[in-house]
Design a protein around this ligand. Structure first.
Ligand code: NAP
Ligand code: F7E
Length: 383
């Protein structure tokens, strides 16, 4: 008998990788997706199966974390062995603009799932994974951060996730449920949303190098994050639910890097050297050199002449619109518990992550440059 998993947030970065991973393991995967007036399933289209097909491995349901009746009905229909609660308004900066909605979806949404499992009498059948976050550490009280480090959230997003963290622990203790938190540090991939900083960078660097964008505007270049690859991190989610006892785990690489250095690594992937000068709001990044052989290998000979004209030009600047009212300056995780108890080990390091993201974005931008040549209008997104 195949195990049945229900993934909320299946259309997101992690949902897509997790669905693929679980289907390969023989699971039947049910996914909850929000209704949208346009199709919003790009990340899982390769897994999609027509509803008329027999013995489907992927079944989608409309749903929303803010609607408890809908969640309860869906869990009743699916009778899942495992629930991965990945759905969330996941953008920290946006949460300052939508604090009430964020609290409802990210905080109370988790309660709705736990309570539905309890009311449906599934506490002994259904295991629950809650997508907790390194943002809980916020103004860090200890370096590196581990499971016992006190939390100090610094955004409406993090405060909502703090509620979700503790209500998961509470239901575990009160009702003997197999409910666990994965405290995941930042994880990225070619599927990362375009407004998170790593994807914004790899996308913009590809567009600048291939001549369809002039500038990359960023916020806090000095912020440091412990970045891993989403493919490695969804494996950890699965492992957490396979443990006999529920518990909470930090998933991280143990290495931290500044946003500025991530920009440098992205340009370096294409053989371009960038130097930063100035401070604070006046800091700029200028192209100071190009390794032509590497550029041709990574981006193609046809773009080289245009790329050479970038040498000496400023291509990165700071825009305070991207600053946050309260910032999380430094995150670095200690994954000792997950390595020891789960046997989890990441396969990607940061250079391999940057390479994977750049390869994918350069490929994407090349398609756009072809369309541009055919007269299509190409927008310059600075988000
Ligand atoms: P993501 O790409 O932003 O995906 C979020 C998913 O949640 C999307 O499928 C989105 O649907 C869905 N969603 C948003 N609001 C919803 C609602 N009210 N009802 C139902 N679905 C809703 O996020 P991710 O990077 O995959 O992260 C997955 C989870 O891990 C999130 O809970 C996030 O907060 C948490 N997390 C992420 C990281 C990280 O570095 N990526 C680290 C720690 C924790 P649409 O496609 O319709 O927008
Ligand atoms: O920002 C700085 C920004 O938006 C990273 C979510 O998945 O990971 C993510 O949250 C850092 C911050 O991710 C820009 O100020 C500079 O210090 O990529 P981000 P995040 O806020 O760390 C955690 C673990 C989650 O749980 C969240 O769901 O980069 N930064 N300039 C910028 N950030 C953005 N987005 N855009 C900029 O222009």
């Amino acid at each position: 008998m195949s195990k049945i998993a229900l993934i909320t947030g299946i259309t997101g970065q992690d949902g897509a990788y997790l669905a693929e991973y679980l289907i390969k393991k023989g699971y039947i995967v049910h996914g909850m997706k929000r209704r949208s007036s346009l199709f919003n399933t790009d990340r899982i289209d390769h897994l999609y199966q027509c509803p008329h097909q027999k013995e489907r491995k992927l079944i989608l349901h409309y749903g929303d974390l803010t609607d408890s009746m809908n969640i309860t009905r869906m869990i009743q229909e699916v009778q899942p062995d495992e629930i991965y609660n990945l759905a969330a308004m996941s953008h920290v900066k946006v949460s300052f603009d939508t604090p009430e909605y964020t609290a409802n979806a990210d905080g109370i949404g988790t309660l709705r799932i736990l309570e539905a499992v309890r009311l449906l009498g599934l506490t002994q059948k259904t295991r629950i994974y809650q997508a907790s976050t390194s943002e809980l550490y916020g103004l860090v009280q200890e370096i590196p951060q581990k499971e016992t480090t006190p939390f100090y959230p610094r955004s409406p997003y993090a405060v909502a996730k703090l509620y979700a963290y503790w209500i998961t622990v509470n239901y575990r203790e009160a009702y003997n449920m197999h409910a666990s938190n994965g405290i995941l540090f930042n994880h990225e991939s070619p599927l990362r949303g375009e407004t998170f900083v790593t994807r914004k960078i790899t996308r913009a660097v590809s567009r600048i190098a291939l001549g369809i964008q002039d500038m990359l505007f960023l916020g806090n270049l000095g912020a440091q994050r412990d970045w891993g690859h989403a493919k490695d991190y969804v494996r950890a989610m699965y492992l957490i639910l396979q443990q006999q006892e529920p518990s909470d785990y930090v998933i991280a690489t143990g290495i931290t890097t500044a946003v500025r250095e991530f920009v440098r690594m992205a340009f370096e992937e294409l053989g371009m050297e960038i130097a930063f000068y100035g401070e604070g709001i006046d800091e700029k990044g200028k192209i100071v050199g190009i390794d032509e052989k590497l550029f041709i290998e990574k981006a193609g000979e046809e773009c080289l002449e245009d790329a050479k004209t970038l040498v000496g030009k400023e291509v990165v600047a700071v825009d305070k619109a991207y600053f946050r009212p309260t910032e999380v300056d430094l995150l670095i995780g200690d994954p000792t518990k997950s390595k020891t108890l789960l046997g989890w080990q990441p396969e990607y390091d940061l250079p391999a992550l940057v390479k994977d993201m750049m390869r994918s974005d350069v490929k994407e931008v090349k398609k756009i440059t072809l369309l541009k040549k055919e007269g299509y209008r190409v927008l310059n997104y600075f988000e």
